[in-house]
Design a protein around this ligand. Structure first.
Ligand SMILES: Nc1ncnc2c1ncn2[C@@H]1O[C@H](COP(=O)(O)OP(=O)(O)OP(=O)(O)O)[C@@H](O)[C@H]1O
Ligand SMILES: [Mg+2]
Length: 372
């Protein structure tokens, strides 16, 4: 009896059964399948997404492996997932080498912006993206402590070298000032300092630059919006803010800032931080003050809810000891929440860049694929 010969066409046809849940189309016609290798009864395939942090990456891989594995004549399957983050085509005023700038902001202080920025940056780096983290909180820089970095960056006469921690390139005013020394800044100086951090730092090639903004509606968000195109803003709030409508103010502020900077400033979504309490013993999350606010607020604001992070003493300890909490306690509910947020942020950016209507990580039409 002759053995069934596996062909490229048969593999591609099988992969047409794998549907991207967000786009509702199959991965072959979407252009995700970049390579099919057949060696007798062994089949390999390469699927390329627009971000390594794609939330449906594993789901698509398993479905693709199952679809190929079900073909007659196939005994071994190996599907590898790759990613190439696309830069927006319109880069006027953009920073060379930096594909996306993600600003983390809030309407008021102490809600966990820096905590979210740090964990978002580390989670994106862990997924395989090249990531930078810029502490634009010139008044009260907290990234150095949260990332356990305090040496002074090197200056080669022309450019400042960022520090490197947990896979992330870092820059902060905190590297240049003495600890606990108050810094007095006037508006124009903040713009100048930010300009230097953006243009005079050797960031190299970055998929994502996460920028931790100071609270409120001051000079830093304004300068940042004017200096560079921001791909999108993550607004952090706490359950109390929902009632106080502070999140509204933050979202409105970025709409106004976008208008004054002459380019849209999309809100990627909101993160509700310190929502409920994660039991230090069992990890179960309870909501002594009630829940539900975040989704309601997101719906009313017309922006996605990227994730809800419980209050967990480990997060505070992590911040104080210089180890981002997703590394200190990777199996905790809050670490899960941070990774989920990173996936949502990356998927939203892909959708904005590729032009999709929903969150999506596909590479629809952006580069040649086997379906062309
Ligand atoms: N989910 C959480 N659970 C427990 N503690 C948290 C959580 N998120 C943040 N914290 C703690 O709350 C404090 C404030 O957080 P963080 O510094 O990130 O806020 P911020 O918005 O950046 O503040 P600022 O406005 O001063 O820049 C820190 O001590 C941090 O460790
Ligand atoms: Mg902060």
């Amino acid at each position: 009896m002759s053995k069934t010969v596996v062909t490229d066409q048969a593999v591609l046809n099988a992969l047409r059964a794998v549907i991207d849940p967000d786009l509702g189309r199959d991965i072959v016609s979407l252009g995700f399948v970049k390579e099919v290798r057949i060696d007798g009864s062994s089949v390999g395939a390469v699927i390329q997404l627009t971000t390594p942090a794609c939330p449906v990456k594993d789901q698509l891989r398993v479905q693709a492996e199952n679809a190929i594995g079900a073909l007659p004549g196939v005994e071994r399957v190996n599907v590898s997932m790759t990613a190439a983050v696309y830069a927006p085509t319109e880069r006027a005023g953009g920073l060379p080498g930096i594909k996306h700038v993600i600003a983390v902001a809030s309407g008021k202080g102490g809600v966990g912006k820096s905590t979210v920025a740090v964990n978002l940056a580390v989670a994106l780096a862990q997924s395989g993206a090249s990531v930078g983290l810029l502490d634009a909180d010139i008044y009260g820089p907290s990234i150095p402590m949260m990332m356990g970095a305090d040496e002074q960056p090197e200056f080669d006469g022309e450019r400042i070298q960022p520090l490197f921690r947990f896979g992330v390139k870092l820059m902060s005013m905190g590297f240049f000032i003495e600890e606990d020394r108050a810094v007095v800044w006037r508006g124009p100086m903040i713009g100048k300092a930010l300009q230097q951090f953006l243009h005079d730092v050797s960031w190299g090639e970055l998929d994502y630059l996460v920028v931790d903004l100071p609270p409120g509606t001051g000079d830093a968000p304004m300068s940042l919006a004017q200096l560079i195109p921001i791909t999108g803003v993550v607004v952090v709030m706490t359950p109390q803010d929902v009632a106080q409508r502070i999140a509204y103010k933050a979202v409105l502020m970025f709409e106004v800032l976008g208008e004054s900077a002459g380019r849209p400033l999309p809100i990627l979504g909101i993160v509700e931080n310190m929502s409920g309490f994660a039991c230090p013993k069992c990890g179960a999350v309870t909501h002594p003050l009630g829940s539900a606010g975040a989704q309601d607020a997101a719906t009313r604001l017309g922006v996605p809810l990227l994730g809800v992070v419980p209050m967990d003493p480990t997060v505070t300890v992590a911040g104080d000891t210089g180890h981002p909490s997703i590394l200190l306690d990777p199996d905790s509910p809050q670490a899960d929440a941070f990774r989920r947020i990173a996936g949502q942020v990356a998927a939203r950016i892909s959708a904005i860049t590729v032009g999709g209507s929903k969150e999506a990580c596909g590479s629809a039409g952006a580069s040649p694929s086997l379906a062309d």
